[in-house]
Design a protein around this ligand. Structure first.
Ligand code: ADP
Length: 494
């Protein structure tokens, strides 16, 4: 034995202060337990200080700490001590949790050594505590923050050919916590095709050439869900060979899905802008030759109708009618394409709008003898001209699509909703079959073409106007009975 070690042994025997120095300075607790009288146990002061208690007040009894240790850990500790007593080669070395006096958890690495009597029977156990709470807290924090960020870790050891996945990595793969991954299984989780080919190449290049990788790929989880992940890998070389690759694994599905949706939306938006542009240019340019055609047709009628046969006159009238209709359509299309131009939101009195609309429609109202029931409407933030056009389209449709010999009854009401208002225009007209109720809001869609004149642009305009106000429009109708058009104006927070 080294002479200094021998000297220390002797010192401990002769000088108590040496033993005290060792146990106080190098450990967070020391205990010595009498197996013949199991309630007897000596604990050093540090044992109690680590758990937040005053050593002077604590008895040297096993029962003094047994209600502080977590019950499930005590059970395991007891089993392991028994194993160690039966077979000293089985080390007693485990982590247990205690409740600190302030209620927090203290993590202790507890080691024990059986001490035998002259006959070789264990009669005492000597134990040592190391406080590992700080380390455990950091571990816990790392796991929790990783879970929030959906970031996991992985490591491939090429010497032993083992693959390690952290808890979060397992969660992202949707496998059980005790799942044992290997390299082949790990790669097979990647979606067949581009993703699997890419990861295979990344791993090959990392091993052969020491190339790190950072790729975004698709994975099919154990629950058959497709998710986007970011896989980062760093190879480590030892004596010219790749010994391990470690890295990070992140769930980026949400970001990818949102980005994909945004991309889609922006394509749609630019397509619809293109359409609008086209409609504007086409309608604008078509107007000019049409005005010429209309002019010449009228000239023809004025100058030559008396000289033409009845049949020719009939054809001429028919052509003039068609040209007027075309003019109406072009006008509508032009209005429609102009609707999304930027304007100014203003406070508008709903009652004033309805009043103006009814004045404009007075001829139609007088003709149909329509009866109105109108709630007092609020003042709202909106685009005034567009809001008027919206009500005008709905009310004129309610007057137009009336039942034969039945006086139209039209009611207008509203209610407050989150961030705005919902309006309702109801009539007792011919109604709309369910299958057509969505379609009528698209341009040129008309379902009562034969009997009623129109362009099929009115409700498309309404939809556009409502969307300018961040709202929605829909219909509730029963064929042959009634129609209720609802729309929302959500501009109160703009
Ligand atoms: P238009 O009135 O010029 O035909 P709209 O876009 O305003 O075009 O309406 C589209 C179609 O929806 C109409 O052709 C009609 O078939 C149906 N519709 C609209 N409003 C009503 C209503 N109040 N009652 C029954 N059908 C309606």
């Amino acid at each position: 034995m080294n002479y200094l070690k021998k000297e220390l042994y002797d010192l401990i025997k002769s000088d108590e202060s040496i033993f005290d120095f060792i146990q106080e300075s190098s450990l967070d607790g020391l205990w010595y337990w009498d197996l013949e009288q199991p309630e007897e146990e000596w604990m050093n002061p540090k044992f109690w200080i680590t758990l937040g208690f005053d050593p002077k007040e604590m008895p040297h009894k096993a029962s003094a700490w047994q209600h502080l240790i977590f019950p499930e850990d005590l059970k395991l500790a007891t089993q392991n001590i028994q194993k160690h007593l039966a077979d000293p080669s089985f080390p007693y070395n485990q982590i247990v949790r205690y409740r600190h006096k302030d209620g927090s958890t203290v993590w202790i690495r507890c080691r024990g050594l059986a001490i035998k009597d002259k006959n070789g029977n264990p009669t005492r156990v000597l134990g040592a505590h190391t406080d590992i709470t700080q380390q455990k807290r950091k571990e816990q924090l790392l796991i929790e923050t990783n879970r929030i960020a959906r970031v996991g870790a992985w490591e491939l050891d090429l010497n032993t050919n083992t693959l390690f996945w952290s808890e979060v990595t397992k969660e992202i793969h949707e496998v059980a916590p005790d799942f044992q991954p290997n390299m082949e299984a790990g790669i097979n989780f990647y979606k067949e095709g581009k993703s699997r080919e890419t990861i295979t190449k990344c791993m090959d290049d990392a091993i052969a050439e020491g190339k790190a990788f950072d790729v975004e790929l698709q994975l099919v989880t154990a629950k058959q869900r497709e998710v986007w992940v970011r896989a980062i890998g760093h190879p480590v070389f030892y004596e010219g060979n790749c010994s391990r690759i470690y890295g990070v694994f992140q769930d980026i599905n949400e970001r990818k899905v949102v980005a994909e949706k945004l991309r889609h939306l922006s394509i749609l938006e630019s397509k619809s802008k293109e359409m609008e542009q086209f409609a504007y240019i086409a309608s604008h340019d078509l107007r000019e030759p049409l005005t010429t055609i209309k002019g010449y047709l009228n000239l023809l009628k004025e100058e030559f109708s008396r000289k033409m046969s009845a049949d020719a006159n009939h054809i001429l009238e028919y052509t003039i009618g068609a040209a007027s209709r075309m003019d109406e359509l072009i006008h509508g299309l032009l209005d429609y394409s102009r609707l999304s131009q930027i304007k100014e939101l203003k406070k508008v009195d709903g009652n004033q709008i309805i009043h103006d609309v009814l004045v404009d429609l007075s001829a139609q109202i007088a003709e149909t003898k329509a009866a109105f029931e109108i709630q007092t409407l609020p003042t709202i933030t909106a685009y005034p001209l567009e809001l008027k056009l919206l009500f005008q389209n709905l009310i004129s449709n309610a007057l137009k699509f009336k039942k034969n010999n039945i006086i139209p009854k039209i009611s207008i009401s509203h209610r407050q909703v989150k961030k705005g208002w919902e309006f309702k225009v109801t009539d007792n007209g011919i109604g709309i079959e369910e299958a057509a109720q969505e379609r009528i809001f698209y341009i040129f869609q008309r379902i009562h073409k034969q009997k009623y004149a129109g362009t099929g642009i009115g409700l498309a305009n309404c939809k556009k106007i409502v969307e300018l106000h961040n709202g929605d429009i829909w219909v509730d109708s029963a064929l042959g009975k009634h129609s209720s058009f609802y729309f929302t104006i959500l501009t109160e927070d703009i």
